[in-house]
Design a protein around this ligand. Structure first.
Ligand SMILES: Nc1nc2c(c(=O)[nH]1)N[C@H]1C(S)=C(S)[C@@H](COP(=O)(O)O)O[C@H]1N2
Ligand SMILES: [Mo]
Length: 377
């Protein structure tokens, strides 16, 4: 390596470290609350580091060409992983600004590539530190047998680490029927009786993994639980649990898409259509938005009246035929299938009819005001 190449190499490594650190801080569900206010800056830092990484990589194509001529498979594989990693990262950031649709599993692919790339880079660095190859070998001969085994081992380790990541995901891949899958600290009686369509679920049980997200401690519902409808309505109302659980419900199968790029599919929800609750409250003509409030005391979001009246918007109380556990927003959570899931307020305890727009918790912190999953306005 020449002096200039060494400098770019070092810069690449630095960008990689920034990417890994900011990426981890953005990913970890437990940090969503503590780092909520820093999230826009973390995201910007992550994107800038990605752009720097991409630019350095592009500027070094000639160097990689040369390495490929030395038949170094690690270099070529590293390059391929880095390109795929950057593409998925760019796609995620463009998607979150509303420029591109976000495929449901983009985040999982990006994470997998990130873990793979970081593990490979780590291996690359360790090898360079402890088993430096003679310059001549790198330049003009095929790699030796020992070097080949070291590389094969390193790649196997990187691959298994990438694969193991799947099982390290919190609450990964368990059915909601499995009591060990999600915590439920609610103690409400009587439990909602599932409709025949709900149990067994018409959707056949959901597919995918929920990441348990919260920005505040999870509230547990007991007999003091109430659901309040107020604001610009003629018939304000406070329901207790027994009244609420006695209201008519509907069953639907819908998909759930987080704007961060993960999805859960074919969830069978049973709940009260929001339109029915609005009708019961006799909304005044001056009301234009529905503000939705969580029992965590922090999280809010809004829908316009038209959006709130969409057929598939409901206050869900059952998921796949079971009461929604507190981890997933029970006893009652909002479901807005056509919008990104930050609209799906968990531990929903109140709605307030208002006459001016209200910016929700995550909208105040950088999520787009336009939450439609398919951008039809
Ligand atoms: N009260 C509350 N509701 C919330 C959130 C939250 O942090 N608090 N996160 C939102 C986001 S961004 C997503 S993706 C979903 C996650 O739902 P889950 O935790 O059931 O997977 O809940 C939404 N509703
Ligand atoms: Mo989300």
């Amino acid at each position: 390596m020449t002096c200039g190449e060494k400098r770019t190499h070092r810069l690449l490594a630095a960008a990689l470290v920034v990417l890994a650190v900011t990426g981890l801080l953005l990913y970890l569900p437990v940090l969503r609350g503590p780092l909520a206010d820093s999230r826009p800056f973390l995201r910007a830092g992550h994107i800038i580091a990605g752009l720097v990484f991409a630019a350095l990589l592009a500027a070094n194509i000639p160097f990689f060409r040369q390495a490929a001529a030395g038949r170094d498979p690690v270099q070529s594989l590293l390059l391929a992983v880095a390109v795929a990693w950057l593409v998925t990262g760019g796609w995620l950031s463009l998607g979150q600004s509303g420029w591109l649709a976000i495929p449901g599993d983009l985040s999982a692919v990006h994470l997998f590539l990130a873990v793979l790339g970081s593990a490979a880079a780590l291996f690359h660095a360790v090898r360079a530190r402890f088993a430096p190859r003679p310059a001549a070998e790198a330049a003009d001969t095929a790699i030796g047998r020992r070097a080949f085994f070291i590389q094969a081992f390193g790649w196997l380790a990187a691959l298994s680490l990438g694969a193991a990541w799947q099982w390290l995901l919190p609450a990964g891949g368990k059915a909601p029927g499995d009591p060990a899958a999600f915590k439920d600290c609610n103690s409400l009686t009587p439990p909602p009786t599932p409709a025949p369509q709900s149990s067994p679920p018409v959707g056949g049980g959901y597919q995918g993994k929920f990441r348990v997200y919260t920005v505040a401690p999870i509230p547990c519902a007991d007999s003091a639980w109430r659901f309040t409808v107020g604001g610009l309505v003629d018939k304000p109302r406070v329901y207790n649990w027994e009244e609420f659980v006695g209201l008519p419900r509907r069953v639907q199968v819908s998909d759930f898409h987080c704007v961060e790029g993960w999805s859960v599919r074919r969830i069978t929800y049973e709940g009260i259509p929001l339109a029915w609750l609005l009708d019961a409250a006799a909304v005044q003509p001056a009301a234009r938005y529905v503000k939705l409030l969580s029992g965590d005391g922090v999280y809010t979001d809004t829908l316009s009246i038209d959006q709130a009246r969409l057929d598939d918007v409901m206050v869900a109380m059952l998921i796949d035929g079971r009461p929604i556990p507190s981890d997933l927003g029970g006893p009652a959570r909002l479901v807005v299938p056509q919008m990104h899931a930050y609209k799906a307020v968990k531990w929903l305890v109140a709605m307030e009819l208002i006459d001016r727009p209200h910016s929700g918790y995550w909208e105040k912190r950088g999520y787009p005001a336009d939450a439609w999953v398919d951008k039809r306005g």
